[in-house]
Design a protein around this ligand. Sequence first.
Ligand code: ADP
Length: 581
Amino acid sequence: MEARWRSSAKPVQAPKTTKTVSFEEVSGEASSSEALPLSLHLTNAVFFSLFFSVVYFLLSRWREKIRTSTPLHLVNLSEIVAIFAFIASFVYLLGFFGIDFVHSLILRPSTDLWNSEDEEENEALLRKEDARKIPCDQALDCSVTSAPIISAQKVVDEKPVKLTTEEDEEIIKAIVAGTTPSYSLESKLGDCKRAASIRREALGRITGKSLSGLPLDGFDYESILGQCCEMPIGYVQIPVGIAGPLLLNGKEYSVPMATTEGCLVASTNRGCKAIHLSGGASSFLLKDGMTRAPVVRFGTAKRAVDLKFYLEDPENFETLAVVFNRSSRFARLQGIKCVIAGKNLYLRFTCSTGDAMGMNMVSKGVQNVLDFLQTDFPDMDVIGISGNLCSDKKPAAVNWIEGRGKSVVCEAIINGDVVRKVLKTSVESLVELNMLKNLTGSAMAGALGGFNAHASNIVSAVYIATGQDPAQNIESSHCITMMEAVNEGNDLHISVTMPSIEVGTVGGGTQLASQSACLNLLGVKGASQESPGANSRRLATIVAGAALAGELSLMSALAAGQLVKSHMKYNRSSKDVSKTS
Ligand code: ADP
């Protein structure tokens, strides 16, 4: 009953849909968009009318008694009934509207704490936030907005597909029977939304599982065709939070982070504040080159050595570069590094790829060179275009040492006062913790590029928001965080060095509506008009800047001994997940 009340008290505007016969309905489960039954409106109207009628009746009776000097406590049957009706309707209306009203008063979002000069006031506000059980202990800005949530995904101007036609029913049956392959729906129907809808319906019937909760409407399925995802049946929603402004190289950035991890955005936000109050961070690009390393095999190690020397001879580089660069006007070969294992040779090609992350581009260039080499080395057996020396989406020392994509170093000097007041710790504690945790602890753990507190948290969240390949988080999160006391021990110098940030602002998921909006927010959407590659390079520096903010805040929370406390307190949902359908 309470669940129905609450969903009715905050009515969700359901998308206007034509009546569709979905698997949820077939299996008897109501979808969430149907959560406002008409009977509730009627009940509300009845109780409203009842309440005002009895109030009017009782007041007029009261006036009458005063006029005739009748004692007020003498009540007849109709007055008793009216009093009961008054109490019942009052309790109903209080329960229905009153609880939400009181909640809205107590849970009203705080003002932006960044603007508050008064540290005491900040603390008080934070304590107030604590009472509300908002998972933001590490952050200073935990404002909760009560504004309606609007899907960031481009809302597609389309009518929901009706699954009631005989033709659709035939197709669904054919998929269920296995006579029509599900993957062929897009090409057969020429309508990606309808294909997804039919596939989803068929899947529901085949598995007998409900897909209620996985949305279908509100997504542009044409935009992912042949590019981002095959056989779609819907899309997963991930909230996007905003950290910042991050003051980096003299510019302010609002950093979008897609995550479901409580505290993460808030913590990064606090790091941004500390950086901002200390005059900002500086980020420098060291290298920009995507890699691909095919593996080729020869009959003898000697032949493999022949090819290695040929490829590493500077005199041959010009020719190889011309062949390689034919793959794209943006691909520019930078070098080839050869590694031998017996009679097998691994050729690690590195090239710049403009604003694209560049995996496709570099692969095409490599294929061109392999085809070219086949003339002079006909005994060369190409085993695989990727021989794992690249090394893509796997932890590998080669990326940590040589770099892959963009190599960036980012630094900031955090004022000692800011460390104390905003980060609630001391320069000394941070330097000591960094040495024992990020450097020594990681060394003892045999870490590979993991000399940091949680760079991958920030990298993943920014990657998902901006349409990067989240699997590349593995090497993109390689990071060494360094901290040192400077200015006679008063201030903190912090830096992150990240040798393999793989990002692009064109291609892949970057062109999808939501992701593209996040890139736009950062001012790096699409191809750079000034110089090819400028947007993706800037994005890499922002990723490093955000990682710096994240490192600063989490390390401070650890140094101040807040982390476990805050996670125990705020990150433990009291919801009984076993009851979640
Ligand atoms: P990736 O190589 O990262 O997988 P894609 O090959 O999917 O990326 O996308 C890159 C495409 O974008 C290429 O076709 C390329 O010609 C085009 N493109 C347009 N402008 C640029 C630019 N400034 N930098 C890189 N590629 C660009």
